[in-house]
Design a protein around this ligand. Structure first.
Ligand code: PEP
Length: 252
């Protein structure tokens, strides 16, 4: 399984900044990336083309989107479809990021629809799951992860669409953008829970599904995080916005 090092740029960087950062990343990482690593950049929609141009033909680099609406086309003002993302060069997309779940009130049902629709359209989907601090304090981590995974992955439609690729990102909400990293034992325990659910839900494919960790990943904690059982990559927000720190993470 390849180790996926993903940069979630959220609502940051203009086209020229995005292109410049992507070119710097290519300059720093081309030929320096371990063979089993893949660098994925998830810029805002407006910078997809700029980043696509910067990484074109560079091995080990991929492009993805942070979101989409699950329909082919239509009267959905403000939205972008998976077909449009594929046309823009995307191979990947996120579903269920905690910022979408919390700021934009995306339900488990909408996340599930996005996940299966994106898979059916041919995107490699990264399903984000994770508990809030209150849920952790009330010992509900397993229950929350099970609910989020089962609501998105249970069912024949998903089973039939898995060929295009699925990863799961475990991102404890309290560790996203806060500088607070989950303890290695918490990451190990949560990733083991996710692996167990995946094995139960995805007949035969649970073991091959990558599980990423996300939450204040930095150059100084990446090697420890990647050494934890069932951690198959990372999803990085803040530290992915500067080429120097993200390339250190990608090499780490
Ligand atoms: C994220 O947005 O998925 C994330 C993990 O952000 P940060 O690295 O800034 O915590």
């Amino acid at each position: 399984m390849r180790t996926l090092i993903a940069a979630n740029w959220k609502m940051h960087l203009t086209r020229s900044q995005a292109s410049g950062t992507a070119k710097e990343l290519v300059g720093q990482l081309e030929g320096n990336l371990p063979a089993d690593r893949e660098v994925l950049i998830l810029p805002p929609f407006t910078s997809l083309e700029a980043v696509s141009g910067a990484i074109a033909g560079k091995s080990g680099f991929s492009l993805g989107a942070q979101d989409f609406y699950p329909a082919e086309e239509g009267a959905y003002t403000g939205e972008v479809s998976p077909s449009m993302l594929l046309d823009a060069g995307c191979g990947y997309a996120l579903a269920g990021h905690s910022e979408r779940r919390h700021f934009f009130r995306e339900s488990d049902e909408l996340v599930a629809e996005k996940l299966v629709y994106g898979l059916e359209k041919g995107l490699h989907m990264i399903l984000c799951v994770g508990e809030t601090l209150e849920e952790r304090k009330s010992n509900a981590v397993k229950e929350v992860l099970s609910r989020q995974l089962r609501s998105a992955l249970d069912g024949e439609r998903v089973q039939n669409a898995l060929a295009t690729g699925l990863s799961v990102a475990y991102e404890p909400v309290w560790a996203i953008g806060t500088g607070e990293v989950a303890r290695p034992e918490d990451i190990r325990e949560a990733h083991a829970m996710v692996r167990q659910e995946l094995t139960a839900l995805l007949s035969g494919k649970g073991e091959q599904t990558g599980i990423l960790y996300g939450g204040s990943v930095k150059p100084d904690n990446i090697s420890q995080i990647l050494g934890i059982d069932n951690v198959n990559g990372v999803l990085v927000g803040g530290a992915s916005l500067k080429a120097d720190s993200f390339s250190a993470i990608a090499r780490g």
